[in-house]
Design a protein around this ligand. Structure first.
Ligand code: G6P
Length: 553
């Protein structure tokens, strides 16, 4: 493999603060890709919302999903209303904002608020212990934002019901505390208007994962006290550079890099924070990249790591692009991506968001997929619904060892396997050494059980392969699309558990724990039907989770 050549483009003279370093082992593949994109006027085409850029099959969806390109301007009108409501809530003594929402309806506000150091309690779970802890903390000072584009996401509806009941039981009028963000005409808009809630309508021409600068990103963030005006200004400043058909366009360059690398078989991107004040950007970009590209057996798998010295970043594998966000340029003679492909993006948060959105749309064109649909997300939802309706087949455990009950999909676990350690070793044993990856999927309380996330690093060291870690059901609305629709290269390790106590979903025929279990089992069944190896470790109590952690070390 030839040596990486490092190049840079920056916003000097344009009024925008950005710098993109990028490196590649194959100058020709990269340069040809960029030149073709410039010749095809892809940047100005995206800006003009041309739906034909991703081919005839994608045209229908693209025609409804390109509104994000001008949000930095059009969303300015929201700022005053949000600021006025924030002042009103503050004067009424509200100190806490809870956001009920999944995927594109919660990941952007999470990173925006963390970047500004303001508190936002993101409730993107159906874990009963997690939901209960959100309900029990300062309810008398809580404002709840219920965000759902479709208005039909069951997690979000369940969380809303739980808060409505908690407020009512506490003698608090829900209409004084609940704010709804949704698309015009959704069932949630209808029910919210009937209930008398405040409603913010978002731009329906923007898909969830591109909605950071719509009401979905701005309302919860602004109510929590984040500076949303600056965020929009940052995006607006980089916009001209992203809309120009030029080889210096950072969106074209980053998209070309991800796309050309993918075509060369380098199909993962490892995302690390290099000194940016917004560590959570990786989780947001993960949904954008995985859900946009992971389909039709193709895709780019985002691997989010905690630190620059995390395994998968150092050392990396030959199927990974290394990407950083933040001011530190980390690549040099001591650190080169094993693949030769790397990128480093330094820009303020609003600019990062618009830049990665452009780059993802561009990469989609280079790879040859439709970056605006998510065809495999629905299958997991349908399987969960079937389980809840009593229609799905209840899985039979293979064996029990101490506090852990073990389940496995068919066809890969050697007969007679009787210990957790052997089952884990067998799963890792079927991992492909060239393109394989491990996906750990923990359907647990992501605050209480946070320590489990350390298994990402231990498994990466143990296998020498890319490892992702996702909390269920949060990841179902993010990397879940890639796992089912992308290349069949993963092995899947689900971790489920008994909660401290279950919780009813008001006026629904299931509890939160029943719903959570149905989601894990349903998604596992969909993966298994697609021939992916799935191992599920179920722990009998939260206190026993360390047994699983040790087995995966
Ligand atoms: O905002 P909602 O309609 O509730 O959708 C929340 C999430 O649901 C699905 O999983 C989609 O695949 C995501 O792209 C979306 O962000």
């Amino acid at each position: 493999m030839s040596r990486t050549a490092w190049n840079t483009v920056n916003g000097e003279g344009t009024g925008a603060a950005f710098e993109l370093f990028f490196g590649y082992p194959d100058e020709k593949a990269f340069a040809d890709t960029v030149e073709q994109l410039v010749a095809d006027k892809v940047a100005s085409g995206i800006a003009a919302q041309d739906p034909t850029l991703w081919g005839p099959d994608a045209e229908d969806e693209s025609g409804k999903r390109l509104g994000w390109v001008s949000l930095s301007e059009s969303s300015q009108s929201l700022v005053t209303d949000i600021a006025a409501l924030e002042v009103e809530f503050r004067q009424r003594g509200m100190t806490k904002v809870v956001l009920c929402g999944m995927g594109g309806s919660s990941l952007a506000p999470e990173v925006i608020c963390a970047a500004d150091g303001v508190e936002l309690d993101v409730l993107d779970s159906s874990d009963p212990d997690f939901v209960r802890s959100a309900l029990e903390d300062r309810l008398d000072e809580t404002v709840v934002v219920v965000s759902s584009k479709s208005g039909g996401t069951v997690e979000t509806d369940s969380q809303k019901r739980a808060f409505e009941k908690a407020f009512t039981d506490a003698g608090i009028e829900p209409t004084e505390r609940i704010v709804v963000v949704t698309d015009p005409g959704s069932p949630l808009e209808k029910s919210a208007r009937e209930a008398g809630y405040r409603v913010f309508l978002a731009d329906p021409a923007v898909g969830g994962r591109y909605s950071a600068l719509t009401a979905f990103g701005l309302v919860p963030s602004g109510l929590a006290g984040a500076n949303i005006e600056t965020l929009l200004e940052e995006a607006e400043a980089i916009r001209p550079a992203l809309e120009t058909d030029s080889v210096d366009n950072p969106g074209l360059r980053l998209g070309a890099l991800l796309g050309a690398a993918n075509r060369a078989g380098v199909d993962k991107v490892v995302l690390a924070n290099a000194g940016a004040g917004f560590a959570g950007l990786g989780d947001w970009a993960e949904q954008l990249i995985a859900e946009s590209t992971g389909k039709d057996g193709k895709g780019i798998l985002p691997v989010v790591v905690d630190a620059l010295d995390s395994p998968n970043f150092v050392p990396s594998t030959p199927d990974e692009v290394l990407a950083t966000f933040g001011p530190r340029f980390v690549f040099g003679p001591e650190l080169r991506p094993a693949s030769g492909w790397g990128a480093s993006v330094d820009a303020p948060l609003g600019a990062q968001m618009l830049l990665w959105e452009y780059a993802t749309a561009v990469a989609g064109r280079v790879i040859g997929i439709n970056p605006f649909d998510q065809p495999d997300v629905e299958s997991a939802k349908a399987a969960a619904r079937e389980m809840l309706d009593g229609g799905g087949s209840t899985p039979t455990p293979l064996f029990v060892e101490g506090p852990v009950t073990v389940y496995a999909s068919e066809g890969w676990l050697p007969e007679g396997t009787a210990t957790v350690a052997d089952a884990v070793a067998a799963l890792l044993g079927v991992l492909d050494g060239e393109h394989g990856y491990v996906s750990v999927q923990a359907y647990l309380d992501r605050h209480r059980d946070a320590a489990l996330a350390s298994v990402r690093d231990s498994l990466a060291v143990r296998t020498g392969r890319p490892v992702t870690f996702g909390w269920g059901p949060r990841f179902l609305h993010s990397t879940g699309q890639y796992h089912k629709g992308g290349p069949a290269t993963g092995v899947y390790l689900q971790v489920t558990g008994q909660p401290e106590a279950d919780l009813a979903v008001p006026d629904r025929p299931f509890t939160f724990q029943e719903f959570l279990t149905a989601q894990a089992v349903g998604d596992g069944q969909v993966l298994a039907r697609k021939g992916r190896p799935v191992l599920r470790l179920h722990v009998s109590s939260p206190g026993d989770l360390h047994v699983v952690r040790e087995a995966l070390a």
